[in-house]
Design a binder for this molecule. Structure first.
Ligand code: BF8
Ligand code: SF4
Length: 626
């Protein structure tokens, strides 16, 4: 039985009562205070990139002081928004490459998937014969880091795409050069007195997005797999009920697995468990929030406490000894909120420093000691728990996660007759789609946003799609919504149409597949490329669409741009802040189709958004004659 949105909300309301008791603030209250939002900002027609402004576009004043119109302002804002997202994902990827540079057989970080490392080396034309695996890791780490600033050429990973897609990118002038360069160019183009032509700003938005998905994010995913293992199917649980009343609860939150992996290691340290027991706890329980949760769930089966808009809830349970964060999507609200409880809010990265937190610097070189220090601080804090404030909502669901591209292909191999069929391809899936047993696929990604009833769009759309025999691949907070509702329980096959249900039974998979964190949307690009190659069609011809029904971050816009640029029509349930310019709306929803064979669709009515995706998938089938 699925957990309903009403049950989610009931649990939240009960926690907010605790919050009210201790005088805590919450996002629900802050949304009220911030409504209505600034209309200029919402439409993208406020410019504050020079101190002659800020300028706002109205009927009476159609141009800023420099003469820039609504289209230029909305376009520049959109490009800056993208650049923020691309920089963020790519810098995460860079951190991973730096961590890879520290690997050694007896160090904090090791090579766990040497086969994958060798595969990448081969792809990049690096000699592997007779080379020590650690030597190879260091060499590839340096090569990857050079991708961020190389003076000439385009991203190495682009070669993974079908020839046709590469050609489109080349002709559209959106092949990303050095990763950092695309962000720099975006900032340069949007400085006062540079570009104000929507077409040029949109083109660079796609290119900056590409430097993320086919650059920095791909580095992040691939080298995380090398160090921490390529995910394979693993059972876990999701929702606040994974927190344990009788154990020390450590919540890991953020994005970079270098921290959370180490916390998980040290939470298993017998010395730490002994310490917990001596303080009256039955053990140490690690659970996750946001993408860090996806990372450790995919590789270790660590339970998922919640997604973006649940982050305050974990503290409101009164049973959180420490919420340990690295970077991105962390509410500054956690500082003051944790002060209302015994919770330690531990920040660890120079990138994300916040008031009212304990800062414990976490670095690759000293990761072991730092992680131990953090786990110890959490354990010792158990004694300070205020029993009267503890309430853990008893909601949780089983989930099977860990569907990397490698794992999907391996799963497909098990349903292949290896005597007659080739293994190691996506052909069995292509066959299911061609025959119509599965109608198509949706890649659903992205955040929560208070503009949408939290998780409802994700969950309702997934239910609708699987009922219509459309398989769904997921990442980020969308994946956690699915897991918390119970859609990643293999028994959710009963909610599918007959075709997809049969496939789930044969392959022993849930109908919605967890592919990882938001940087792991790079996995989806690899999968789409593989499917197109195996089917002998272009990516844009596949009955496959992307969807971000509750997106909120700059990262999400960067993602949207590279997904569309890869030839995948993308459906949004929250409006990008460009509606003040009909030209920008035109470029994003129609114009770019001439360059990349795909574009955005925006539809705020979730029912209609679902119908539009299904219609698009069916259109693509008709065009293919299947
Ligand atoms: O990178 S889905 S709220 S957690 S931005 Fe953030 Fe959005 Fe969640 Fe992960 Ni992605
Ligand atoms: Fe105003 Fe132009 Fe300056 Fe923007 S760049 S704030 S529109 S004067």
């Amino acid at each position: 039985k699925l957990t309903t949105i009403e049950e989610f909300e009931e649990a939240t309301n009960r926690l907010l009562e605790t919050g009210a008791k201790v005088g805590a603030d919450s996002w629900q209250l802050r949304v009220k205070n911030q409504t209505p939002h600034c209309k200029f900002g919402e439409q993208g027609i406020c410019c504050r990139i020079c101190s002659m402004g800020p300028c706002r576009i109205t009927k009476k004043s159609p141009r800023g002081i420099c003469g820039c119109d609504a289209h230029g302002i909305a376009g520049r804002n959109f490009l800056r928004f993208t650049a923020g997202g691309a920089a963020t994902h790519s810098d995460h990827g860079r951190e991973i490459c730096h961590t890879l540079h520290t690997v050694s057989p007896d160090g904090n970080y090791k090579v766990k998937d040497s086969e994958k490392l060798r595969r990448i080396a081969k792809e990049w034309g690096v000699e592997t014969e007779g080379k020590d695996i650690y030597e190879l890791a260091h060499e590839l780490s340096e090569m990857a880091l050079l991708e961020y600033g190389k003076p000439f050429g385009v991203q190495r990973w682009l070669k993974r795409a079908p020839e046709h897609t590469q050609k489109l990118w080349h002709e559209a002038g959106i092949e990303p050069r050095a990763i950092d360069r695309e962000v720099s160019t975006a900032m340069h183009m949007t400085h006062m007195g540079n570009s104000s032509k929507p077409e040029a700003l949109v083109r660079q938005s796609l290119r900056a997005g590409m430097s993320d998905g086919w650059g920095g994010s791909m580095c992040g995913t691939e080298f995380s797999d090398v160090m921490f293992g390529t995910p394979k199917p693993v059972d876990t649980e999701a929702n606040l009920g994974v927190m344990k009343e009788d154990e020390v609860n450590i919540i890991v939150h953020g994005h970079d697995p270098s921290l959370s992996e180490m916390i998980c290691e040290y939470a298993e340290d017998p010395e730490m468990i002994q310490l917990a027991k001596s303080l009256g706890a039955n053990g140490i329980n690690v659970a996750g929030v946001c993408c860090t949760s996806n990372e450790v769930a995919m590789r270790r089966g660590i339970p998922m406490a919640g997604n973006f808009l649940q982050q305050e809830n974990v503290v409101l349970t009164g049973a959180c000894e420490a919420i340990v964060v690295d970077v991105q999507c962390i509410f500054p609200a956690l500082g003051p909120l944790s002060k209302c409880f015994h919770t330690k809010f531990i920040t660890t990265s120079p990138i994300a420093q916040m008031p009212d937190s304990d800062f414990i610097l976490f670095e690759a070189e000293t990761a072991g000691e730092n992680a131990k220090k953090i786990v110890r601080a959490a354990v010792e804090n158990f004694a300070n728990r205020k029993k009267e404030l503890v309430h853990i909502p008893q909601l949780k669901q089983k989930a099977t996660v860990g569907y990397s591209v490698e794992a999907i292909i391996k799963t497909l191999d098990t349903v292949t007759n290896s005597q007659i069929d080739v293994t190691g391809t996506t052909k069995p899936l292509v066959d299911c789609i061609t025959s119509g047993v599965i109608r198509g696929a949706v890649a659903m990604v992205g955040c929560n946003n208070p503009r949408v009833r939290p998780d409802s769009a994700h969950i309702e759309l997934m239910k609708k799609l699987i009922k219509n025999d459309i398989i769904v691949v997921l990442s980020g907070c969308s994946a956690q919504a699915a897991a918390r509702a119970g859609l990643m329980d293999k028994r959710a096959k009963d909610l599918c149409g007959a075709g997809l249900k049969r496939v789930c039974e044969l392959a022993d998979i849930p109908p919605v597949l967890h592919m990882g964190s938001c940087v792991d949307i790079s996995r989806m690009m690899v999968l789409a490329s593989q499917l197109a190659k195996d089917a002998g069609v272009n990516i844009s011809q596949l009955p496959l669409v992307g969807c971000a029904p509750e997106w909120m971050s700059e990262k999400a816009v960067s993602i949207g741009n590279y997904v569309v640029a890869t030839g995948i029509d993308t459906f949004l349930g929250v409006e990008p802040q460009v509606s003040g310019s009909d030209q920008m709306v035109h470029w994003l929803t129609e114009g770019i189709r001439d360059w990349v064979e795909a574009a955005y669709t925006v539809e705020l009515d979730i029912e209609k958004l679902g119908d539009a995706m299904i219609a698009r998938i069916e259109e693509k089938r008709v065009a293919l004659g299947i």
